[in-house]
Design a binder for this molecule. Structure first.
Ligand code: NAD
Length: 468
């Protein structure tokens, strides 16, 4: 954990390991003030027309786009990811989140049911919940923060939101943009600080009625324990250990290129990364050789350099955790066939850089295949048959996403229905349509985000039955 002095938390730049700012460690009192501001704003915001809410959300999206470069630089400095990635993925997606929900709210309709033969009609109101809490992690800071905030405010709620204390910068900048876009005071209240203080105060607050959380599985379990007895609505997007299953009949070149991305994009710090690669026996040796060659070509470098493919990991402690897993894998018959070492960049010796690492494992039961490493480390192993790989893919406590590479339609259908995951990608990875349900099963979470699912989460359904 970062040192705290007088309730200020040091903020580190992962690219050089230096402190470049401080954030407040907000207290329970600060969260109470945020709650009261939200509660006050709710009366008016919940009655604001859909057209006006939509206009403001779309304006926020436009301002994010207009400030793309500054936001991308800030995200990169805070998180260690290449600026190019932040510019291409993180910030455009944050803008899309506001645009998408600005449009979606104008199309969100409630249901009605005619009770034929009973002379009655039912209609269902979809009312905003009130004040809701949104808590997000450090890996896709603004992308995931706005993925929660946009549907929450579009649906007429007011929000108390906390970004990760490890990557607070773009959340701070977002506050300025929201003011400029005309979002009324109190609709969005951003509190900074540790999970155990500011975050804890949000989840325990008796009048914050819903919590939308993305982060680790252990934190999700803790939040559920606090929130469930208070009957809060809960959406939990948690960890993953996703299988990437490669059959010999796939489009090989496309698979290879995408597999490099699905393994190492954002330094492998995406909950959707395919960290367990299973390859059909007949192409295993070829894949191993080609994959390792491509991974060796990836350039680990300073996030601001355009030639950099792999930037810095988010923190020193995270780098150490990832390196520990490489050692653990070796003790469990794993063979590091590529990478595995810390990288010391000239002029940035204290940055948190690690070579992209490929470990050949002999069993799906090893810790490297069962525990979330969340860094630039993947395992590979061969499989014999569809049944074998399905069993291995599902034999893990997580169930977020799975990727399947095959051109066999019947196999695609069989496997898609049997894979224990909330999201299955076939012959692609991380292709997103924001209308689709997003979320995991098993230890990867509860509930779904995305499209109308998110608007349903952030509203209470109230049925009105009228007899005539
Ligand atoms: P984390 O659980 O440590 O922290 C996430 C957020 O929760 C942070 O803002 C943190 O301050 C807050 N928090 C911590 N303790 C809290 C408490 N007691 N009460 C309230 N809030 C608290 O996770 P992280 O290390 O920031 O993120 C990495 C994890 O997030 C990985 O496991 C990754 O798989 C997961 N993740 C999941 C998804 C998804 O969509 N399923 C997306 C991205 C990341």
């Amino acid at each position: 954990m970062n040192p705290i002095q007088n309730n200020w938390i040091d903020n580190y730049c992962p690219a050089n390991g230096e402190v470049y700012g401080q954030i407040p460690n907000s207290s329970k009192d600060d969260v109470e003030k945020a709650y009261l501001a939200a509660k006050t704003a709710f009366t008016s915001w919940s009655q604001t027309t859909l057209e006006e809410r939509s206009r403001i959300l779309i304006r926020i999206s436009e301002l994010l786009e207009a400030n793309l470069q500054g936001f991308a630089e800030a995200e990169s400095k805070d998180n260690g990811k290449p600026i190019a990635l932040a510019k291409q993925v993180d910030i455009p997606r944050a803008a899309s989140n506001f645009r998408f929900f600005g449009n979606a709210i104008t199309q969100f309709a409630s249901e009605s049911h005619e009770s034929v033969g009973q002379d009655a009609i039912n209609f269902t109101l979809r009312q905003p919940i009130g004040v809701v809490g949104c808590i997000s992690p450090w890996n896709l800071p603004l992308y995931l923060f706005t993925w929660k905030i946009a549907p929450a405010i579009a649906a007429g709620n007011c929000v108390v939101a906390k970004p990760s204390e490890i990557t607070p910068m773009t959340a701070y900048l977002l506050g300025e943009i929201c003011t400029e876009a005309g979002l009324p005071k109190g609709v969005l209240n951003i509190v900074h600080g540790l999970g155990t203080t500011a975050g804890q105060a949000i989840i325990e607050h008796p009048d914050i009625k819903a919590i939308s959380f993305t982060g680790g599985t252990a934190t999700g379990a803790h939040i559920a324990k606090i929130a469930a007895p208070m009957f809060k609505k809960l959406s939990l997007e948690l960890g993953g250990k996703n299988p990437n299953i490669i059959f010999a009949d796939c489009d090989y070149d496309e698979m290879l290129e995408t597999t490099v991305r699905s393994s190492f994009a954002n330094q492998g710090q995406i909950c959707l990364c395919g960290s367990r690669i299973f390859v059909e026996n007949s192409i295993y040796e070829k894949f191993k050789k080609d994959f390792v060659a491509k991974v060796k070509d990836l350039k680990v470098g300073h996030p601001s350099e355009t030639s950099t493919n792999i930037g810095a990991l988010v923190s020193k402690s995270h780098l150490e955790k990832v390196m520990d897993y490489i050692e653990i894998a070796k003790t469990e018959k794993g063979t590091v066939i590529c990478g595995g070492n810390k990288v010391h960049l000239k002029d940035y010796e204290n940055g948190y850089y690690l070579e992209p690492t490929v470990i050949e494992v002999t069993s799906n039961d090893c810790r490297a295949n069962q525990e979330e490493i969340f860094g630039p480390v993947v395992t590979i192993m061969p499989f014999e048959s569809e049944d074998d790989v399905l069993e291995m893919a599902n034999k893990v406590k997580y169930g977020l996403s799975a990727t399947l590479w095959t051109n066999d339609l019947k196999r695609t259908m069989r496997m898609s229905s049997q894979l224990q995951a909330g999201i299955v990608w076939v012959n692609t990875w991380m292709m997103r349509d924001l209308r689709t349900p997003f979320g995991g099963v098993k230890a990867s979470g509860v509930g779904r985000e995305g499209g109308f699912e998110a608007l349903r989460f952030f509203t209470e359904a109230k049925n009105v039955c009228i007899k005539y």
